[in-house]
Design a protein around this ligand. Structure first.
Ligand code: PGA
Length: 251
């Protein structure tokens, strides 16, 4: 049995004040004995504060990106040791916004996954196709390419042991256009199969989240699918009630 996981990706949103209110509401609503692991991923500058606010709860802290390099002369970057230092457990990697807007390619994302795992942090690795790729029947080829860069190397395969995958069709992110539970399940099953071809035990235990316009109103249906082990939540993670409904839908 895979314990579901729900991660809230705040992206570049919020203020100290809104972060405090959001965390207080989520902490109270999640309570103890949650049926899913819950992770909150605020912007870097709020990580420390959110970590203190989360004390006494089982909610984990995640970051939205990290450098693949160790500490040193890399102006503007954040290292794995800094994230560990402020109490992070997870890091979102390869989000489509990072791939599209900041030029992160499969090779760089793979380096980050490997560096993160070596540091003892857990990657939440995002994969997913663009609308045009889906429409031209390339979904599986794109997702396979994004995974194979890790599956085909010894270090990559080792890093996947501690990784959570998030399937996020790019056309569904922030658009209100959710993949149907069947569309999502098909790709999740494909991802699990692809991993099984290298490591059957890993395929069985790895958690595969769905992301892309998940809301309180569609989470139950999505999470009911066999290979969907929770969600990576953008917009709805900024709304206490909606995010809590999603957390409670993951059983
Ligand atoms: P969304 O974002 O829930 O707002 O579609 C998901 C994500 O980008 O992780």
């Amino acid at each position: 049995m895979r314990k579901p996981l729900v991660a809230g990706n705040w992206k570049m949103n919020g203020s100290r004040e809104s972060a405090q209110a959001l965390v207080a509401g989520i902490k109270e609503g999640v309570g103890s004995g949650a049926t899913a692991d819950v992770v909150i991923c605020p912007p870097f500058v709020y990580l420390s504060e959110v970590k203190s606010l989360l004390s006494g709860s089982e909610i984990a802290l995640g970051a939205q990106n990290v450098s693949h390099r160790g500490n040193g002369a890399y102006t503007g970057e954040i290292s794995t040791s800094m994230l560990l230092d402020v109490g992070c457990e997870y890091v979102i990697l390869g989000h489509s916004e990072r791939r599209a807007l900041y030029g992160e390619d499969d090779a760089l994302v793979a380096e980050k996954v490997i560096a993160l795992n070596a540091a003892g942090l857990k990657p939440i690795l995002c994969v997913g196709e663009l609308l045009g790729e889906r429409e031209s029947g390339k979904t599986e080829a794109v997702v396979a390419r994004q995974l194979d860069v890790l599956l085909n190397s010894v270090e990559g395969l080792a890093a996947l042991q501690n990784t959570v995958i998030a399937y996020e069709p790019v056309w569904a992110i922030g658009t209100g256009m959710t993949a149907t539970p069947e569309q999502a399940q098909d790709v999740h099953a494909f991802i699990r199969q692809r991993i099984a071809s290298k490591d059957a035990a890993l395929a069985e235990k790895i958690r595969i989240l769905y992301g892309g316009s998940v809301k309180g109103s569609n989470a139950v249906e999505l999470f009911a699918k066999q290979d969907i082990d929770g969600g990576l939540i953008g917009g709805a993670s900024l709304q206490i009630d909606d995010f809590l409904a999603i957390c409670h839908a993951a059983k």
